[in-house]
Design a protein around this ligand. Structure first.
Ligand code: MN
Length: 742
């Protein structure tokens, strides 16, 4: 079709100027070297796309083709991709939205471009459908291991769509923001695209918390001059010394992203004015690769001779890079007026990797000959996808997010001194599963640096870990609370499923024997019995029989037998005030407190506090509108929150607590301690009732071989009380951790 030269009447003269301008901007942005063939391919892809998209316009009214051209420019300029990706980006919407087919692309641009465009077509957004996001995420990861450029182009696509989101309806914006925050921002982080990630998060914040976003942006702007003069005073003496040492460098003070400032305000419950580290100083030195480490430390030594460092804040990713390839030396020093200032020191090469992540890393790979951190990660992704198979996708995605995406890491050692890298937050039990499934399954006890620790102990840098096993040991339901890695979780769940299946089979056999004895047919009778006792699944019913929740001797006596079948029992009319109903209400905390939904007093809505996370006064919360229009109040920190937001962004609405009021809430704490003699319960309950003046609703404690786990339910009326209680309990000797349970 492209050989027929027909005038493209659907573009106006103005359109054509815009299109040519955008194309020239794209060509100028290309940084990687191009052959003549590359340039020719880009030109042909451009022409094909211009023609194919000619009838289409975006919601804003501009010609659609400007979108793929801009996506290609982002790929070239902001992500640092080469010719193949630029060609694919230009064509990325043709198969989905125009008459161009994959075979046409294959014949004109080859197999690789076809593969990438095909991958992108499959990832096409479907904002309108209630599509299960978890499935989408699995799809995205699937394309990641085919060719990482598919995901990188998809990110450029998403970035451009979000930059130009203004003309979309609000609920679609919210959905796009939720999905971006849920999967694309962490993926960008994992692929080392720091700028893309922080822009994603800023754009999401602008959609979800517009007022707060504008407020911070405005204040940043107002304080600009004061900041510039402070930065000047801070770096001047450093520059003098760097010049003396004849180090080639550039230095800058960059404001932190609005999202990270907003996040800090939330976490520390403070005001914008209370945040001092609104910026970070970055020193980038121009140095050959073999000297970069020495010169980074030379610069560090200069910085810390001028300003007093806080040694515990030193982070050395020059010696051991992060798993997303990031290399840099970070430290925090005390600057003029006693303010904390973060300083980042890195070489030009490290800076390029930090800014462009994967693409830059790839460029330097052969020079530095270090282990390919990305290949290792892709292998991991491939393995997790295989292990997950067609199992529960939502579980898979959640596990994947905690262990593979937010990959802050912890470095630990085996008894032989081999270093192992686990995700931060991983526990002793995770370590056992990480080394080998069998070691995990039969894990009896774990020693860190020769001291017994609870299985849920959170690993610390430098821990040396040995695992003791016992062939009889089997995972229990509790183990799921003590692990965070997907592998451990999946293995434990699998073991629990097998165990449950065995137990259910016992129940089934018992029922079969009973029915034989009663001389009734199995099939119709079981349905009658299940219905009577309110079971929906046979598995659960068989379990109940095994656990003797259903007593086969007594409980079946109420049924009559007719024609070899059990007959339904005729039930008495239920009174309107059934006891079960009033019972379920009384277990919920009495809501006397002031809550606002969408700025209105909550009592104007039908609302409930969510059972999964039990929000209390002072928690950051949001409302989720259920299908029957009940406003469920969840904590933002609730485990279900990311899911709800990603799946049902349009049903999420704002909720917040009023300034002051009293109401009682119940919060549950898990308390873990090690090696404490008797009397620990007394010490704990003394601290809670006498020192803290709190009421205890319930208290249970279990011990096992040198450690114990306790659970206590407290009556509190504000989140601050809970924070104080946790701190105070942690300080008791022998207590190793206290956490709030959802
Ligand atoms: Mn697109």
């Amino acid at each position: 079709m492209s050989h027929i030269l027909e005038p493209i009447e659907l573009y106006t003269a103005e359109d054509r100027l815009d299109i040519q301008r955008a194309y020239r901007r794209l060509l100028k942005s290309i940084k990687t070297p191009m052959t003549d063939a590359d340039k020719h391919d880009i030109r042909r892809a451009y022409e094909l796309a211009v023609e194919a998209h000619s009838p289409q316009r975006r919601k804003s009214g501009e010609a659609y083709i400007l979108h793929p051209i801009e996506v290609a420019r982002i790929c070239a300029e902001e992500i640092g991709l080469g010719a193949t990706a630029i060609v694919a980006a230009l064509l990325h919407d043709t198969v989905e939205d125009t008459t161009i087919t994959l075979p046409v692309i294959r014949s004109q641009f080859g197999e690789k471009v076809e593969e990438i465009v095909n991958g992108l077509t499959k990832l096409e957004d479907a904002y309108d459908s209630e599509s299960p996001q978890a499935e989408n995420i699995k799809k995205i990861l699937g394309t990641l291991i085919i060719d990482v450029r598919i995901v990188l182009i998809k990110m450029a696509d998403r970035l451009h769509n979000m930059r130009t989101l203004g003309s979309m309806p609000q609920h679609k914006q919210l959905k796009i923001a939720a999905e971006t925050e849920f999967i694309y921002a962490p993926l960008a982080h994992r692929l080392g695209l720091y700028n893309v990630r922080s822009e994603f998060l800023d754009l999401c914040l602008k959609i979800t918390h517009r007022d707060e976003y504008n407020d911070i942006a405005q204040k940043l702007n107002e304080t600009k001059r004061e900041r510039a003069s402070y930065i000047h005073d801070f770096i001047e003496p450093i520059e003098e010394q760097l010049d003396e040492e004849a180090i080639k460098y550039r230095i800058s003070g960059r404001p932190k992203s609005i999202y990270s400032i907003w996040n800090k305000i939330k976490q520390k419950h403070c005001k914008f004015e209370d945040i001092y580290d609104l910026f970070a100083i970055r020193i980038i030195i121009d140095v050959p690769i073999e000297r970069e480490k020495a010169d980074c430390w030379a610069a560090y030594s200069i910085v810390t001779s001028v300003h007093t460092p806080m040694p515990e804040r030193l982070k050395d990713w020059v010696t051991i890079p992060k798993s997303n390839g990031y290399e840099s030396l970070h430290t925090t020093v005390i600057g003029p007026e006693g303010r904390f200032v973060e300083v980042q020191i890195r070489s030009e090469r490290m800076d390029e990797i930090a800014e462009r992540g994967y693409a830059a890393h790839w460029k330097y790979k052969n020079i530095k000959r270090q282990e390919d951190v990305f290949e290792r990660w892709f292998d991991q992704v491939r393995k997790s996808l295989e292990e997950a198979g067609d199992g529960n996708t939502v579980d898979f995605v959640n596990d994947f997010k905690t262990t593979n995406l937010f990959a802050e890491e912890v470095y630990v050692y085996t008894p032989k001194g081999d270093m192992k890298i686990l995700p931060k937050g991983a526990t002793a039990l995770d370590f056992a599963f990480y080394i080998h499934s069998d070691l995990g399954m039969h894990c009896q006890a774990v020693k860190i640096n020769n001291k017994l620790v609870p299985l849920g102990y959170k690993l610390q840098h430098g821990d040396q870990i040995s695992v003791e096993t016992n062939a009889k040991r089997r995972p229990s339901e509790d183990w799921l609370k003590w692990v965070v890695t997907g592998k451990a979780r999946e293995k434990i769940r699998q073991a629990l499923r097998e165990e449950a299946k065995k137990i259910a089979d016992f129940g089934k056999e018992a029922l079969q024997r009973k029915f034989e004895h009663m001389k009734v047919e199995f099939e119709p009778s079981i349905e009658v019995v299940m219905k009577h006792f309110g079971f929906k699944s046979r598995h659960d019913f068989f379990l109940a029989i095994s656990n003797e929740a259903i007593d086969l001797q007594d409980d079946l006596k109420i049924f009559k037998i007719e024609k070899n079948r059990l007959q339904p029992v005729e039930e008495e009319e239920k009174s309107p005030n059934t006891t079960s109903d009033s019972r379920s209400k009384s277990t919920k905390p009495a809501i006397k407190t002031e809550l606002f939904i969408n700025g209105q007093p909550a009592k104007e809505y039908l609302y409930e506090l969510a059972d999964c996370c039990r929000p209390v006064q002072g928690d950051d919360v949001f409302a989720y509108i259920t299908t029957n229009n009940i406003y469920k109040i969840h904590r933002i920190a609730c485990n279900n929150a990311p899911n709800l937001m990603a799946h049902y962004g349009h049903r999420i609405t704002k909720a917040e607590w009023g300034a002051s009021t009293a109401g009682n809430f119940i919060a549950e704490l898990q308390i873990i301690g090690v090696d404490t003699g008797p009397g620990v319960i007394e010490r704990l309950s003394n601290r809670i009732s006498n020192d803290l003046g709190l009421n205890i609703r319930s208290f249970s404690i279990e011990g096992n071989e040198g450690y114990f786990e306790g659970r206590v339910k407290l009556v509190i009326n504000h989140r601050d009380q809970l924070t104080t209680a946790i701190k105070s309990l942690k300080a008791i000797e022998g207590i190793s951790n206290v956490v709030r349970i959802d």
